[in-house]
Design a protein around this ligand. Structure first.
Ligand code: MLT
Length: 263
């Protein structure tokens, strides 16, 4: 997996397949490996760029706070570094969706189509933001184990643990090896992220809004509201999946992505 400098930091990324560029942006506190079934299953229809965001996986870490805007700017810089000038299909899950809104706000001329999976438009409530900041402190002090305790119960539909134990365990290992300072910086960035709902009506590109039926973090009803606010959006509920729909039900999600690429 190559590394590329985007100025102040090095980003690790996977570059696989050929066709229109599909930028796969992972959720918190994960890395590019959450897209394994897309990387394996869509190489015949897309050139997939799947980075580890700043502070995650094997990319460089920035302590303090990293805003969603900063991640979005990093992705634009990554495309520049890779000399990708064509418009891309931006696909973000959860925190990757928060980044998608900022990428649209700042770099919409680079977006051909959009896929948002299991994400939210609304910002944190003051209470949720306070809890995130406390979690950031805890993770910095005690390490990533605290994150695994916090996240593992929320990521998957109940049946996924039985059906896909290896994938669930792989994500647990990714979380356990997440750099604590990188995760804490993202938590602070998410706590201060702006309300994206006013942006939604400005999104004019073909969009897929994908959510797992049992997503407890970004529930289907909320995601339906996102789809209703985007003029060219289609809403797809993935039955049997939780918050990690692309990993839990890859065939269904890949079929939606294939359809969007042909749309
Ligand atoms: C994610 O999956 O990226 C996180 O659950 C997002 C969040 O904590 O809001």
């Amino acid at each position: 997996m190559p590394t590329i400098s985007i100025g102040d930091i090095d980003l690790h990324y996977v570059d696989r397949g050929s066709g229109p560029v599909l930028l796969l942006v992972h959720g918190f506190p994960l890395d590019h490996t959450m897209w394994k079934y897309q990387l394996d299953g869509l190489a015949d229809v897309a050139r997939m760029i799947a980075p580890d965001l700043r502070g995650f996986g094997r990319s460089g870490v920035t302590p303090g706070t990293v805003s969603m805007e900063r991640y979005a700017d990093d992705l634009a810089a990554l495309l520049d570094a890779l000399k990708i000038t064509e418009k891309v299909v931006f696909c973000g899950l959860s925190m990757g969706g928060y980044v998608a809104w900022q990428f649209w706000r700042k770099h919409s001329s680079r977006v051909a189509k959009l896929i948002v999976c299991d994400t939210r438009g609304a910002p944190d409530t003051p209470e949720a933001a306070k809890t995130r900041l406390a979690t950031a402190e805890r993770v910095e002090k005690t390490g990533a184990r605290a994150l695994a305790e916090l996240m593992m119960g929320k990521l998957f539909a109940p049946a996924t643990a039985q059906k896909r134990p290896k994938d669930v365990e792989a994500m647990r290992q990714v979380i356990l090896s997440c750099p604590p300072k990188g995760a804490a910086a993202a938590l602070r960035g998410m706590a201060e992220r702006p309300d994206a709902t006013p942006l939604l009506s400005s999104i004019t590109v073909p969009t897929e809004v994908i959510v797992g039926e049992h997503d407890a973090i970004s529930p289907p009803a909320e995601m339906r509201g996102i789809a209703d606010a985007i003029s060219q959006a289609r809403f797809v509920e993935i039955m049997g999946a939780g918050h990690m729909a692309p990993l839990e039900r890859p065939d269904e999600v890949n079929a939606v992505i294939r359809a969007l690429l042909g749309r």
